[in-house]
Ligand binder design. Structure first.
Ligand code: C5P
Length: 239
């Protein structure tokens, strides 16, 4: 895969107008992430613009509900022709299976390719302590995320979102065809911001990441286009 196609840039902005401004600033970016904030404010309008500009779309809405409702949401999302879609692993096996079937149905309805459905194993904002004492999960955090990824895989999902730190183990346990989408990526020269344990783009790919979600090092750079090119060059040098 061309290294440029591995980088997903989040449209982490509050409005449709801000999203268009960011798209215009970074014309070479091919893969964009639309999350809850932008989708809630601008709806499907932004997806239509991305499709008309022939961009790939990661619709990161992290669905979590009863299987019938999650399946309906996945069917609707698939009709737009998005490329990646997230749902929580904690939907449970029935919900995950229903989602995997629903994207096929939705895509068939509009004649598009079904999106890859990607599991959220555990939000990275949840610490080991919170997992044990608030969520009352009696497993260590790495073991829990691995169990969630394995359940997602055996339920027919295509991959998981994970920190680059978990990528190596998930790649070994879930196999080569399981997609790993990693945020928490920072080039050496970029500010870490609120991301605590970061990997460089090259380290993340070496650990097994298929896609890197890289936001502020590009979008908040003085010259976003230059930052984007620098990251692409780093990845091309790695091969
Ligand atoms: O600006 P930055 O590179 O930190 O952006 C990372 C993107 O990935 C943001 O949209 C953030 O919400 C998302 N994300 C994350 N950690 C996760 C899941 C998603 O940083 N575990």
């Amino acid at each position: 895969m061309n290294p440029k196609e591995k980088i997903i840039v989040p449209l982490d902005v509050p409005s449709f107008e801000d999203a268009i401004a960011l798209l215009d600033k970074l014309p070479e970016v091919t893969f964009w992430k639309v999350g809850l904030e932008l989708f809630t404010s601008s709806g499907s309008q932004i997806l239509e613009v991305l499709k008309s500009r022939e961009k790939r779309i990661f619709l990161d809405l992290k669905f979590h509900d009863i299987p019938n409702t999650v399946a309906g949401a996945c069917r609707s999302a698939a009709r737009y022709g998005v490329d990646l879609l997230t749902i929580h692993a904690t939907n449970g096996r029935d919900g995950l299976k229903a989602a995997a079937e629903a994207v096929q149905q939705g895509a068939n309805q509009t004649g598009v390719t079904p999106p890859k459905v990607i599991a959220i194993t555990l939000l990275t904002s949840i610490s080991s302590r919170q997992l044990a004492f608030d969520l009352r999960v009696p497993l260590e955090l790495p073991e829990y995320t691995l169990e969630m990824a394995l359940m997602a895989k055996s339920s027919g999902l295509d991959g998981a979102v994970c920190s680059p730190q978990e990528a190596k183990q998930l790649r070994e346990s879930c196999g080569d065809d399981f997609l790993l989408v990693c945020p928490g990526v920072r080039p050496d020269w970029a500010e870490k911001g609120d991301q605590k344990r970061t990997f460089t783009p090259t380290e993340a790919v070496k650990s097994g990441a298929n896609y890197l979600v890289i936001g502020r090092p590009i979008t908040a750079a003085k010259e976003p286009q230059l930052a984007w090119e620098k990251i692409c060059e780093e990845l091309s040098n790695f091969g």
